[in-house]
Write a protein that binds this ligand. Structure first.
Ligand code: NAP
Ligand code: ZN
Length: 347
């Protein structure tokens, strides 16, 4: 075992603080990574505060990890010391179930998450990316192109793939009218990716002050979702709407904007249920209400390669880890442009 440093939550209502713990020495199929940057996802806050009711402490959050390979196990193929790599939300899965066979490890019943999830090797808990280094099985390590700014690439490992996967699954492309609800970490990646895929992109926001940024990021139009006149102008016109909002809200306002057979896909995970959607809104135009969870490893690599090709990264605010608790407060006020990324050199 080797000692490393991180930042941890020790329970759901105290600030994160410096924490010393141990990682395993790399096994034959492991890649050891010096973590350079880690994005701050709203899911980190949900879990640190036990809003999903499944939190285990101490918890070292962080699943938007980018760094350099420092050591590899004897059986590792495809990675070498010095490579730029990423780790997202998962570090293991069963490998044999139908979901794993189809490269959809995120839907495997035994998916092992990067933190707040049992470590199947040590028997303890997995500790995430708010730390100096991590050891991960090679099957869950991604290549990150050196063409991309590594700090700005970190959020691709969760915000990027969580928006890319549903856009691909519902075959968004040229000629489609696509909505993105919420301009935060996921939402701003949703705009950039849908725009790069050729769609006509409309941002729905509760923050009028973000309109100009949304256009710069690639939106063709911005709608203030609290303004019912503006919403009404878009009734029954969307092929697909990606909803990234992290709090319960009225979904009918968005299902009403879908064309016949259109889809509203939820990726936000509020701690309380949304009010029930109107059945009438769905059946009269055969609309679909769906959800989507991150993306498989193969698709995450495809997304990273797509981003390298199209020069897409996140718009970030870099922070030292000592500012993490203030950063959480700012995320909760929708006051981040548009993802905090921790510079681990600060630890
Ligand atoms: P975020 O940066 O906080 O963005 C959420 C955005 O929602 C805010 O920027 C804000 O945008 C909007 N919003 C906030 N309060 C609102 C309200 N009361 N009513 C309507 N809109 C509101 O969060 P994130 O990191 O993008 O994560 C978003 C959600 O996705 C979280 O629940 C997270 O856990 C979840 N998530 C899911 C997956 C998955 O696999 N499905 C993966 C990662 C994250 P405006 O200011 O533009 O309104
Ligand atoms: Zn995340």
């Amino acid at each position: 075992m080797q000692k490393t440093l991180g930042y941890a939550a020790h329970n759901h209502n105290t600030p994160l603080e410096a924490f010393s713990f141990e990682r395993r020495e790399p096994l034959a199929n492991d890649v050891q990574i010096e973590i350079l940057y880690c994005g701050v996802c709203h899911s980190d806050i949900h879990q640190v505060r036990n809003e999903w009711g499944n939190s285990s402490f101490p918890m070292v959050p962080g699943h938007e990890i980018v760094g350099k390979v420092t050591k590899i196990g004897a059986e590792v193929k495809g990675f070498k010391v010095g490579d730029s790599v990423g780790v997202g939300c998962m570090v293991g899965s069963c490998g044999v179930c139908p979901d794993c066979q189809e490269d959809l490890q995120q839907y495997c019943n035994s998916a092992e998450f990067t933190y707040n999830s049992p470590d199947k090797i040590s028997g303890g808990n997995n500790y995430g990316g708010y730390s100096k280094q991590i050891v991960v099985n090679q099957d869950f390590v991604l290549h990150v192109s050196d063409k991309l700014d590594l700090a700005a690439a970190a959020p691709l490992l969760c915000a990027g793939i969580t928006t890319y996967s549903p856009l691909r699954h519902w075959k968004v492309g040229k000629g489609d009218k696509v909505g993105v609800v919420g301009l935060g970490g996921l939402g701003h990646m949703g705009i950039k990716l849908a725009h790069a895929m050729g769609a006509y992109v409309v941002l729905f926001t509760t923050s009028p002050g973000k309109a100009e940024d949304a256009i710069r990021l690639g939106a063709d139009e911005v709608v203030i979702s609290k303004n019912s006149d503006e919403m009404t102008q878009h009734i029954a016109s969307f092929d697909f709407i990606l909803n990234t909002v992290a709090v319960p809200h009225d979904l009918d306002a968005f299902t009403a904007l879908l064309k016949r057979d259109g889809t509203l896909c939820l990726v936000g995970v509020p701690d309380q249920p949304h009010p029930s959607p109107s059945v009438g809104n769905l059946i009269f135009k055969r609309r679909n209400l769906a959800g989507s969870l991150i993306g498989g490893i193969k698709e995450t690599q495809e997304m990273l390669d797509f981003c390298a090709e199209h020069n897409i990264t996140s718009d970030i605010e870099i922070i030292p880890i000592q500012h993490i608790n203030e950063a959480y407060e700012r995320v909760l006020k929708s006051d981040v442009k548009y993802r905090f990324v921790i510079d681990l050199a600060s630890l």
